[in-house]
Design a protein around this ligand. Sequence first.
Ligand SMILES: [Zn+2]
Length: 181
Amino acid sequence: MSGASETSTRLCEHEGCELPGKFRAPKAPDVLDEYKWFCKDHVREYNLKWNFFQGQTEAELNAQATKDKVWERETKDFRDPEARAWARLGIEDPHQVLGNNATRNPGKQGVGTRRLPPTERRAIEILDARDNWSKADVRKSYKALIKVLHPDMNGGDRSQEDQLQEVVWAWDQIKESRNFK
Ligand SMILES: [Zn+2]
């Protein structure tokens, strides 16, 4: 949320500080285009102090979320694996839409409920699948991943070939497994 720097002569806005104010921080969660300028130490201090989620009620947070999606995503969604899991299902704000149910990560349901050999457990994780899926279901997930990862199918992007290899390996494990019907 900070760290952008600018070469100017402004001074750090921290009271009594005489250092150049090279680092900026948004003035408020809902004012992202106005900044305060600080030296390196004071921008860090400002950011640490300003934990704006702290002390807010859920209603206020929800109001904030709709008010400023950008800020919301930066502070929560991108860093929170649970939010990402919901996002994969097209649910942007699970806490707002689902209330308390939101704490049940959709990516974790059905995982770890069966005894599986470690290779198959790992394979299921890689394929983003669930223990209780049929082989056909796992195959669908495998196909979907291949579409994204394989250079022949994603427009020539080879940056994800390591992951592609893992996915192919994982499907081999499940394909041959007697634990999946
Ligand atoms: Zn300073």
